[in-house]
Write a protein that binds this ligand. Structure first.
Ligand code: C2E
Ligand code: CA
Ligand code: CA
Length: 563
């Protein structure tokens, strides 16, 4: 055996490995010079998943049945197998195997030479694999082995050299319910489902189109405009079954989609993806529409949202936010039974209404600051009425559910109230119902603490959410506010009457008070009284008004009863 020949062969191998992925033929020279017929190892870094997403073929190396990675094989019968062990962190990590020509006996081998050979091959292969893995991770999502956003960008730049960009649209897809499935079916099923979903949508794309995973449950697709409707339709409901971890089960996934058609306007692909993502999140959080296009209206809306976000903090600092107050009235007696504080933004001499800015602030994570400002101003107003010798009715304030995840929010609220030296029973908190599990837990704890401290609790917009009755019961709210959409529907048909009546009965059974919001006419008031709801808030009595006007209303404490 010629040592120099082995060194030369190893050097050639290392050189080749530096420039490209090795194939079995590269080992021929080396193996034949040392009577080796077969080489393999059992390092398992999950390489088997690194498949080409289009052909589903293994990218790295061929894998043998017993989980071994094959380097070289002459397909001849062998007798002698040498096994070399490599350690990592004191654990047996990899075994390299070398099989010899049947003529070779163990006694004939120079152990140092073969150990050296095995070591060198192991080093070359490891370095090569790490590099392949890094290359792979640069362009593929490791969990699903579909392309990632870098691949997507490269694909876009390559394809638009020959195909006009304006032939395409970008789709941003966010999986509805994925978190829920993950929680209920288990993480293993969730993972498997994600892989299968990824490959399913991969198949929707033609060769000149592209799909990538953006992390989490988000996907971005580059689709020809001529195929857009077809792909949107196929994405609408995707049924996935045959999972090893959930036999016999079928899952239905229906993503939220944001679509940004590409125009010849010089906008970069990154911004285009951002536009599609904005459209998607708008459909999910606000419009409740499965498919939203990024168009001029949406662009204008985004611009306004950016302006509002930029203006917000300075506006808080210069006290541009103030509460207006809307009376709550006992319709039978005409007595003022409560007030609701509703924020107004006074900017450049005119008022901006909450619908314009609340959803934006909520999305941007700024709503907490607003809610605390309005609570502070509301407590200050109550303090002033008390100092004027008036007895204002209980005043309610609105709290966005985003506050639930602000650390120690309960005590922030209580501290603000205490600062003004007023009692907690002068106040009521209005919060909307929720069906999200993580929110429900937080909501319960949050309301329990406030209630223990004497605050009254109202469930706002009741009937529009999806919370169960047992939830309403377990959070022991004091008041249910029937959403104004039901009250206005009373004008149109009788069916909503049944719904409203049911809500009132539920409230009665749970020993909670009810109040209807959005009462605009005496007829609506009368209908509500007949169904058993005597308290109302709405334009029929008064719009939300400023401090001075509501002070007059508190003084008078009387409205015309409805009979
Ligand atoms: P909301 O809590 O459901 O408040 C009732 C809304 O209905 C108020 O709109 C009120 O002006 C309006 N309204 C009252 N009576 C009638 C009526 O008879 N007919 C009609 N069509 N509407 C009536 P506003 O003041 O524009 O507030 C809109 C929403 O903004 C509120 O809905 C609430 O969700 C939110 N909001 C207001 N202030 C705050 C706040 O300080 N913090 C938070 N988080 N949200 C607030
Ligand atoms: Ca409210
Ligand atoms: Ca409402």
């Amino acid at each position: 055996m010629d040592k120099n020949k082995i060194f030369d062969a190893l050097r050639t191998l290392a050189e080749k490995a530096a420039s490209r992925v090795l194939v079995p033929a590269d080992y021929t020279e080396l193996c034949q010079s040392v009577n080796v017929r077969k080489m393999y190892y059992d390092i398992d870094l999950g390489y088997e998943r690194y498949t080409d997403p289009r052909t589903h073929k293994l990218i790295i190396a061929e894998k043998m049945e017993n989980n071994k990675i094959l380097l070289y094989d002459e397909h001849v019968e062998t007798e002698l197998v040498m096994k070399y062990t490599y350690y990592y962190d004191d654990l047996e990590y990899v075994h390299a195997y070398i099989e010899f020509d049947p003529g070779v006996k163990k006694e004939d081998l120079d152990p140092d030479i073969y150990q050296f050979l095995a070591d060198q091959v192991y080093l070359i292969v490891s370095r090569q694999n790490i590099r392949t893995m890094l290359d792979y991770a640069e362009y593929y999502d490791l969990q699903t082995s579909v392309p990632n956003i870098s691949f997507f960008r490269r694909f876009y730049h390559d394809i638009t050299k020959t195909v006009p960009a304006a032939n395409y649209a970008v789709i941003f897809a966010n999986l509805r319910n994925y978190k829920y499935i993950n929680q209920t079916a288990g993480v293993r099923t969730g993972d498997e489902l994600m892989v299968k979903f990824a490959h399913t949508v991969m198949d929707y794309a033609k060769a000149d189109e592209c799909v990538c995973r953006m992390g989490g449950d988000n996907y971005v697709m580059l689709i020809k405009k001529e195929n857009l409707q077809d792909v949107i339709q196929r994405l609408d409901t995707i049924k996935i079954g045959g999972l090893a971890s959930a036999p016999g089960k079928e899952f239905t996934l229906s993503p939220w989609l944001g679509i940004a058609p590409i125009e010849d306007d010089g906008i970069t692909i990154n911004v285009r993806v951002e536009q599609a993502s904005v459209a998607c999140s708008l459909g999910k959080h606000q419009l409740k529409r499965s498919v939203v296009y990024y168009d001029n209206d949406l662009a204008a809306m985004m611009k306004r949202a950016r302006e509002i976000t930029a203006m917000f903090r300075p506006a808080v600092a210069s006290h541009e936010f103030t509460p207006f107050f809307q009376p709550k009235v006992n319709m039978l007696t005409g007595e003022l039974v409560g007030l609701e504080a509703l924020c107004r933004w006074k900017h450049d001499g005119s008022y901006i209404y909450p619908d314009r800015f609340i959803p934006v602030l909520d999305r941007q994570g700024l709503i907490h600051d607003l809610d605390m400002t309005i609570l502070d101003e509301t407590c200050a107003a109550i303090r002033r009425w008390l100092d004027m010798g008036l007895t204002p009715p209980r005043v309610s304030f609105n709290i966005s559910r985003k506050n639930l995840f602000v650390p120690d929010i309960e005590h922030k609220i209580l501290d603000i109230i205490q600062k003004h030296g007023i009692s907690t029973d002068a106040l009521e908190i209005e919060i909307t119902e929720t069906a999200k599990e993580d929110e429900i837990d937080r909501l319960k704890g949050f309301l329990a603490i406030l209630k223990q401290n004497g605050l009254q609790i109202a469930i706002d917009d009741f009937g529009t959410g999806y919370s169960s009755l047992s939830l309403i019961h377990s959070i022991s709210a004091d008041v249910i506010k029937i959403d104004k959409s039901f009250v206005s529907a009373l004008r149109l048909d009788n069916k909503s009457g049944i719904l409203v009546e049911t809500i009132i009965q539920i409230a009665e059974r749970l020993e909670m008070d009810v109040i209807a919001e959005g009462v605009e006419t005496a007829d609506e008031g009368r209908a509500l009284i007949n169904m058993g709801c005597c308290n109302a808030q709405g334009y029929y009595y008064s719009r939300p008004v400023d401090f001075d006007s509501v002070t007059g209303i508190i003084r008078k404490n009387h409205f015309e009863p409805i009979n």
